[in-house]
Design a protein around this ligand. Structure first.
Ligand code: NAD
Length: 339
């Protein structure tokens, strides 16, 4: 907005703890004088002809602003409609899910100095939702891999590696068994790597990736891992466990050709909702990824450092999930005092 010098971002506050952690982000952004104005966006789903649909005003807001920050959305169980998160991915063509997992200084976990980046294909594989009962007791589930979807996510991984100055892309697969499907993913990577002579490309079987990562995560500190959907789902949670031990710290980005949506990895935490207990760090670090994506790196660093130094300050300034006694709002105030 040229009149205010601010960027407008759609904000989906989400369910459960969503509004509480969203308020923390808004307060911290205001105190940090981040050049962002929020446009509140209600994505309560509509069910039209059996399809889960995002309300038109929310779609219009996100299509106009191109960037959204999103709190967790609760998925109603067993009502026979698609999860809203999946609907958002499909609606906006969010083909890559970026999941960094980094140790938090001053908060001791089983591993020190973990610094992992994983990019997961977000649209197909085992998540295409094509399943049939062939005969009673026999089901078939289709894993769909296409050249187009593989190419756009692997290309994004090379571009991301270049942007964050990591010299190597590791393509994780199981093409010894999934010969055609993962074989296609690997061969697309081999083709594309010719366009990125400055980035090394290595292919690795998923079982080896798991073994090597849990043995010594540092081996992956200077690489970007890219993989098909299901492997990425599992590996990224493992990485979060290695780096933080808590999903309350893990941010993510969903990247499309036009729109990108940044969100915490955790869910709506119904057990602690409305109690001023939730840790807003994951949504805050997602907002930091968003600022970096927008090129606002200085303000991103300022907020990130204030968050990390608050966590490092000790149990009084940490929320309950990190063994501390702070509330959502007192944590936010502590971050603001460190900006
Ligand atoms: P959850 O992540 O909501 O909760 C798991 C545990 O982690 C709970 O004990 C919770 O209290 C704790 N937790 C989560 N976030 C926390 C935070 N910020 N601070 C402190 N503790 C935190 O997972 P769930 O219980 O399996 O799912 C609850 C709902 O969230 C479901 O409806 C599910 O579909 C939805 N969900 C949404 C998303 C998303 O929007 N991206 C992701 C996962 C789950």
């Amino acid at each position: 907005d040229p009149s205010t010098g601010k960027y407008t971002v759609s904000f989906i506050e989400g369910d459960g703890v969503g509004p509480e952690i969203s308020k923390a982000v808004k307060d911290i952004f205001a105190a940090a004088k981040a050049p962002i104005q929020w446009e509140s966006c209600d994505v309560s789903p509509l069910f039209i002809n059996g399809l889960t649909t995002i309300p038109q005003p929310a779609q219009d807001s996100i299509n106009k602003n191109l960037i959204a920050l999103k709190g967790p959305l609760a998925t109603p169980i067993g009502k026979g409609h698609r999860s809203l998160n999946l609907t958002l991915r499909k609606t906006f063509g969010l083909f890559a899910n970026v999941r960094p997992a980094k140790s938090v200084q001053g908060y001791k976990t089983a591993y020190d100095n973990v610094d992992l980046v994983l990019i997961r294909e977000n649209t197909e594989g085992e998540y295409s939702g094509i399943e049939h009962v062939v005969s009673p007791g026999v089901v078939q589930s289709i894993k769909l891999i296409t050249q187009d979807a593989s190419e756009r996510v692997i290309r994004y991984a090379f571009e991301y590696a270049r942007a964050v100055e990591r010299p190597k892309v590791v393509v994780v697969h199981k093409s010894t068994i999934q010969r055609l499907a993962d074989g296609l993913f690997v061969s697309v990577a081999e083709q594309l790597s010719k366009e990125y002579p400055d980035i090394e490309m290595q292919t690795e079987l998923i079982d080896n990736t798991v073994l090597h990562t849990v043995r010594d995560p540092k081996k992956y500190s200077d690489v970007v891992v890219v993989c098909p959907n299901l492997y990425g789902d599992i590996l990224s949670d493992m990485n979060s466990g290695l780096s933080a031990g808590s999903l309350g710290l893990t941010p993510s980005a969903n990247i499309g050709h036009k729109v990108s949506i940044f969100e915490a990895v955790h869910g709506s935490a119904p057990d602690i909702a409305g109690q001023n207990k939730a840790n807003p760090t994951a949504l805050l670090l997602s907002s930091v990824m968003m600022l970096n994506h927008m090129g606002l790196t200085e303000i991103a660093d300022k907020i990130e450092q204030a968050v990390f130094s608050t966590i490092a300050a000790g149990p009084e300034s940490r929320t309950g999930d990190l063994g501390g006694s702070a509330s959502t709002s007192s944590f936010a105030e502590a971050v603001i005092s460190r900006l």
